[in-house]
Design a protein around this ligand. Structure first.
Ligand code: ZN
Length: 125
């Protein structure tokens, strides 16, 4: 028997620590990684899968990723520190986010600009 349920998807974000003095930036991870998921547990499992392979870190600076979500972390819209992306000011070294949608789609966001194709993320550097 086929069962269909309706769930609320929420967004969770990871804030990359620039361990060792650098960020890892590629088509999978950026300074911020936003993950759309059905629950904090789902977000954690997706997050662990996403950062796998991009987790190198330096002992003195600490781990690159802190994957730990609670219900309170989930937002309806993609947010960073409770701010929608279009209200996040680009910092001198925090410019981009990658969004991982529930269906596996990825989109790239450049603060102060908006959604851009991956190739345009590095334009200003
Ligand atoms: Zn260090």
């Amino acid at each position: 028997m086929k069962t269909t349920i309706e769930v609320d998807l929420k967004w969770y974000y990871l804030d990359q620590n620039n361990s060792g003095g650098y960020f890892i930036r590629n088509e999978t991870v950026q300074e911020y990684v936003l993950i759309q998921a059905v629950s904090p547990e789902d977000a954690e499992s997706r997050a662990n899968h996403i950062v796998e392979g991009y987790s190198s870190y330096c002992e003195c600076c600490g781990e690159r990723w802190s994957v730990w979500f609670t219900e309170r972390d989930g937002t309806d819209e993609p947010c960073i520190y409770n701010k929608p992306l279009d209200e996040v000011d680009p910092g001198w070294y925090r410019q981009n986010a990658v969004l991982h949608y529930f269906d596996g789609t990825k989109r790239f966001y450049k603060f102060g600009t908006g959604f851009v194709p991956y190739e345009q993320l590095e334009d200003d550097e």
